[in-house]
Write a protein that binds this ligand. Structure first.
Ligand SMILES: O=P(O)(O)OC[C@H]1O[C@](O)(COP(=O)(O)O)[C@@H](O)[C@@H]1O
Ligand SMILES: [Mg+2]
Ligand SMILES: [Mg+2]
Length: 340
């Protein structure tokens, strides 16, 4: 094995010794990681475990829930309810946040999660994942409600995702870099495989659902038009495209080798403010990307400075290689300034 055997537990203890996390946050991250292991096993079973297909229920997003959306949500609820590190939690699959019942030991953190990201790929054996974000519970609040979660992404004390693909990989930040841990299925523990992921500033790879092109705003049309024009166009270089339609998998590729991921505003999702959700998709991914030297924006504002106005608020998303995100933003800025 090429990597020194640093388990997630040992890594977090070292972070605690260095004063970068406290014991409570360390144990919270461990609980979430353990839940991801359980979800990874369920995902891995697929049809054999009867976990594919529709659950027959819907969520506040107006989406039909998949069985694995519900299973993953239940695993995270169960694992975190009695963990003792939380004051409350919120999920893509639950209308409102849930304060930890006072029969359980309570903690000082708020956990938000997308229990199963990439739901449209579950039944076709393509990578899916879990995304999470951790905030502090405001001082003096013992029974947190939805409004206590409405903190900008800069307030996150930890963020991560776990991608369930050929490998199960947990990617984590506690505010000091972004690090990847691969699940050693024989041992059953996450092992540090990349310390300090870095996203190249420049890239030749973009990810967008191009089937939405006719619904995009003018600056987005021009931005992608110039990417597709390649080296003979204003960008002077050829670009390649990828779209897995699982945000976790697309972002993992970008954290690994660079690129830009975007889910822009389009006339279909504009009434909702966008497609992807700020609190448990865009914000955690943006913190991971920024901690790896990348950038994240709505196209018009740094993502982590967006003031949330609801638990399930949606936003346009541009994230990845710094220079490329800045390029995408500049198309929107010059358009808004009437210069283009
Ligand atoms: O179906 P589209 O338009 O390609 O959208 C794909 C996007 O939607 C998502 O699946 C939304 O997340 P959920 O699966 O958690 O609802 C993202 O993972 C992905 O980036
Ligand atoms: Mg999602
Ligand atoms: Mg989801």
């Amino acid at each position: 094995m090429s990597h020194p055997h640093i388990s997630l537990t040992r890594f977090l203890i070292e972070e605690q010794r260095a004063g970068r996390v406290n014991a409570e946050l360390r144990l919270l991250v461990e609980v979430v990681a353990r839940a991801c292991k359980t979800i990874s096993i369920a995902v891995g079973k697929g049809a054999l475990g009867g976990v594919l297909g529709e659950a027959g229920t819907g969520n506040i997003q107006g989406e039909a829930q998949k069985k694995l959306d519900v299973i993953a949500n239940d695993v995270l609820l169960e694992a975190n309810a009695w963990g003792g590190h939380l004051a409350g939690l919120a999920s893509e699959e639950m209308d409102h946040s849930m304060p930890i019942p006072d029969v359980y030991p309570r903690g000082n953190y708020l956990l938000l999660f997308d229990p199963l990201d990439g739901s449209s790929n579950i039944d076709v054996n393509v990578s899916v994942g879990t995304i999470f974000s951790v905030l502090r519970c405001p001082e003096g609040v013992t029974t947190p409600a939805d409004e206590h979660y409405l903190q900008p992404g800069t307030e996150q004390v930890a963020a991560g995702y776990c991608v369930y693909g050929p490998q199960t990989t947990l990617v984590l930040t506690v505010g000091h870099g972004t690090h990847a841990f691969t699940l050693d299925r024989e041992v059953g523990s996450f092992i540090l495989t990349t310390r300090g992921m870095r996203i190249p500033e420049e890239t030749k790879e973009f990810a967008v659902n191009a089937s939405n092109q006719r619904f995009w705003e003018a600056p987005m049309q021009r931005y992608v038009g110039d990417l597709l024009a390649g080296k003979d166009g204003p960008r002077g270089k050829d670009f390649n495209m990828r779209w897995i339609a699982s945000m976790v998998a697309d972002v993992h590729r970008i954290l690994t080798r660079g690129g830009i991921f975007s889910y822009p505003l389009d006339s279909k999702c504009a009434p909702k403010g966008g497609k992807l959700r700020l609190m448990y998709e865009a914000n955690p991914m943006s913190l991971l990307v920024e901690q790896a030297g990348g950038a994240a924006s709505t196209g018009r504002q740094r993502m982590l400075e967006v003031q949330p106005n609801g638990l399930h608020m949606r936003v346009p998303v541009f994230l990845g290689s710094k220079a490329e995100v800045e390029a995408a933003v500049s198309y929107h800025r010059s358009h808004d300034a009437g210069a283009a």
